[in-house]
Design a protein around this ligand. Structure first.
Ligand SMILES: [Zn+2]
Length: 326
């Protein structure tokens, strides 16, 4: 993220708070090519390497004992901004199948897999056309990401169902003897995703209408908001990547005004709230910011070391933060 002197930004914010208001809407788009087939019939567990911990967890769920799954990005790390290491290329080349969410989300993984070459190491992008847009995100005039799409497809549990089915299909192509096993596991997991969705809907239904607004550090909660009848109030960093630019002062001022009006805590995706999150919290007189673990799983055996637990933990945090205050 570009560094900008905070005091300079604040001065501009103060100057513009009373005068500037902006709004934004994201554009939808479609893209993505289907990955090529990866025929293989291994006698030992399939080696599958995923870009980051969330798709790696799905590989474990669908693959079961027939698959050994690894994640390049470690737990608790940012999959947007990951800097590959030399050892990552070796890990990647040891795999039969590579799995990512979308080339727009893990741009570094797309580059890495291109450098590794195709053939048996072809990559399966689970959501290559993560095209569903959401509205009213960003601080003002920001696009969702370079293409106007929101790549955080996993923040809608029902949207994960076709992804795990696609994963099962590809694993079955790599290991035809296990095809039924993978399909069965995917359907069992789909049942858990539907149950998670129902529990989440019930928990969030209690939030009063005037507090059903999400403000976040980067623009990652649009899919969750759309699924559960919440509204995206805005995000601080421009766009759907944590590497997006700091907002212009006018947009930040508008965000502060909107957040002050609603009065709900900001959600951030880092272990500790950063300077801009704390600044907006202070300027808008908000309750303390709340962490959501949205980008990466926790290391096992900690809570939130699986996708299902991570999502449930986030829903509890959101329900608590947005509940009517006495
Ligand atoms: Zn993100």
């Amino acid at each position: 993220m570009p560094v900008r002197p905070l005091h300079a930004l604040l001065a501009l914010v103060h100057a513009l708070l009373a005068f500037v208001a902006t709004g934004a809407a994201f554009a939808a788009g479609t893209a993505g090519d289907a990955p090529p087939p990866v025929p293989r019939s291994p006698e030992t567990p399939l080696r599958v390497v995923a870009s980051f911990t969330i798709p790696a967890d799905w590989v474990r769920e669908v693959g079961g004992a027939r698959v050994s799954a690894a994640s390049i990005v470690p737990p608790d790390a940012d999959p947007h901004a990951y800097q590959p290491l030399p050892a990552d290329m070796r890990l990647l080349r040891s795999a039969t199948l590579l799995v990512g969410v979308s080339p727009e989300m893990e741009t570094w993984f797309a580059a890495l897999t291109r450098r590794a070459g195709g053939g048996a190491n072809a990559v399966l992008w689970l959501a290559p056309a993560a095209a569903k847009s959401h509205s009213a995100g960003g601080t003002g005039g920001a696009d969702c990401c370079a293409s106007g799409r929101d790549p955080h497809v996993w923040l809608d549990p029902l949207a994960v169902i076709p992804l795990v089915r696609a994963l099962a299909k590809r694993l079955g192509e790599c290991d035809p003897a296990g095809a039924a096993h993978y399909a069965e596991n995917a359907e069992r997991y789909a049942g858990k995703l539907r149950a998670l969705d129902e529990r989440s809907r019930a928990a969030l239904a209690k939030i009063p209408r005037h507090r059903r607004v999400l403000f976040s550090r980067h623009d990652n909660l649009g899919r969750l908001a759309a699924r559960y009848d919440l509204t995206v109030g805005g995000s601080i960093i421009r766009g759907a990547s944590t590497e997006g630019a700091d907002p212009p002062a006018g947009e930040l001022a508008a965000l502060i005004r909107r957040a002050r009006k609603v009065g709900v805590p900001l959600f951030h995706d880092e272990p500790a709230a950063g300077a801009l999150v704390l600044t907006v919290t202070r300027e808008a007189a908000l309750p303390p910011p709340v962490r959501l673990r949205t980008e990466s799983l926790a290391p096992p055996p900690a809570p939130a070391s699986t996708y299902l637990d991570m999502f449930a933990e986030n829903i509890r945090a959101i329900a608590g933060a947005l509940a009517e205050k006495p």
